[in-house]
Design a protein around this ligand. Structure first.
Ligand code: NDP
Ligand code: GDR
Length: 332
């Protein structure tokens, strides 16, 4: 039986990837930072918590990773751990760089020092393109990060490439564009909006305040993207891949799509709040996933509209269950 170690298992992608690997028959090890606040709600939601072996560790603590790798000798390691909210990266730039940047180097060094013969997936990001140098970004597009998060991811990306080229590591960097799902954290704009739609329908809030509505992103579905991570590690040689849908949509259009799902006009509910604008914005990101299609045979299956609808429906259900008529409050 193959063993895979996932860092960041409690996050959106960690949950979908764990589910995917379990279905493939893997023994899944989930690295769990020992904090009082750790929540397994996503894994519980997918009904897979009991099938995962949790091991204590933190990407900022190389000794914990060395211990895990030596003890379990995983064949594949998926490094998803990060402080992944771009908006927080200006408030906590050092923490962001320690976790999202140095965390990658800690993992690579733990693998090198333990002489573990394993394949590594590094969760890189389209945020590395930042102030885009080409209208459509692919694996050859020059990077220009625009946030401490983007800079930290770029450090992790180049370390991954360097360990591959210096030590012959089977290490891949997946340059993933935004991907969303009902398991997305409320920090991110899609889920903030779909959650607000559900609460507005149930009379629990009247408006949603957002920052820049003119930014656009290439939004896919997380459940599709975890397959691409796995496919990268099943190839004969390690490489880097852009994973995207090839279509960009503005935040404004995303709001319209989400409110349309419940027959409401977004412009009656969405307000802009200058405090939610970022010190430096990434205006538009649009990926070209042709290399992934050609070499991995991967392409996005779920449309943007399907993803948003899925999220709105999941949030409506959650709000109904939490505040529905049984509890005597706010029937729709
Ligand atoms: P999430 O923010 O949902 O998950 C991040 C995970 O990292 C959580 O499990 C978190 O644990 C964990 N974590 C945070 N700090 C540490 C630490 N010091 N040691 C170990 N684990 C830690 O992110 P996603 O699932 O959305 O993304 C997965 C990865 O892919 C991230 O690296 C992200 O930067 C990257 N990425 C994501 C994209 C997206 O659109 N989703 C696009 C491109 C890249 P806890 O919850 O306990 O804090
Ligand atoms: P992003 O995702 O920064 O692209 O990073 P996010 O959903 O946070 O922002 C997308 C765009 O929406 C604009 N925006 C707002 N964003 C948030 N969060 N909240 C708001 O109220 C709001 N109003 C407007 C933002 O300015 C931005 O332009 C995500 C993360 O998953 C990263 O970890 C990942 O690397 C990248 O995607 C690819």
């Amino acid at each position: 039986m193959k063993t895979a170690l996932i860092t960041g298992i409690t996050g959106q992608d960690g949950a979908y990837l764990a589910e995917f690997l379990l279905k493939k028959g893997y023994h899944v090890l989930g690295m769990l930072p020992q904090r009082s606040s750790t929540s397994l709600w996503r894994l519980d939601d997918l009904g897979i918590t009991e099938q995962i072996r949790f091991v204590p560790g933190d990407v900022t603590d190389i000794s914990s990773m060395l211990k895990i790798i030596k003890q379990y000798k995983p064949g594949e390691i998926y490094n998803l751990a990060a402080q992944s909210f771009v908006g927080s990266a200006w408030q906590q730039p050092i923490l962001t760089c320690n976790v999202t940047g140095m965390g990658v180097l800690n993992l690579l060094e733990a693998v090198r020092l333990s002489q573990c013969d394993c394949k590594i997936y590094q969760a890189s990001s389209s945020e590395m393109f930042g102030f885009v140098q080409q209208p459509v970004q692919d694996e050859r597009t020059p990077f220009y990060p625009r946030s401490p998060y983007g800079v930290a991811k770029l450090f992790g990306h180049w370390m991954t490439v360097n360990y591959r080229e210096s030590y012959g590591f089977f290490a891949c960097s997946g340059i993933l564009f935004n991907h969303e799902s009902p398991l997305r954290s409320l920090h991110f704009v899609t889920r903030k909006v779909t959650h607000a739609v559900a609460r507005i329908v149930h009379g629990l809030q009247s408006k949603v305040k957002l920052g820049n509505l003119d930014a656009s992103r290439d939004w896919g579905f997380a459940g599709d993207y975890v397959e691409a991570m796995w496919l990268m590690l099943q190839q004969d040689k390690p490489d880097d891949f852009v994973i995207a849908t090839g279509r960009a949509v503005s935040v404004r259009h995303m709001c319209q799509t989400a409110f349309d799902c419940v027959g409401l006009d977004y412009s009656d509910y969405v307000e802009t709040d200058p405090t939610l604008f970022r010190p430096a914005e990434v205006d538009t990101l649009l990926g070209d996933p042709s290399k992934a299609k050609k070499i991995l045979g991967w392409e996005a299956k779920t449309s943007f509209e399907e993803t948003i609808r899925m999220m709105v429906e999941a949030d409506l259900k959650r709000v109904r269950e939490q505040f529905g008529p049984k509890k005597g409050t706010h029937a729709p």
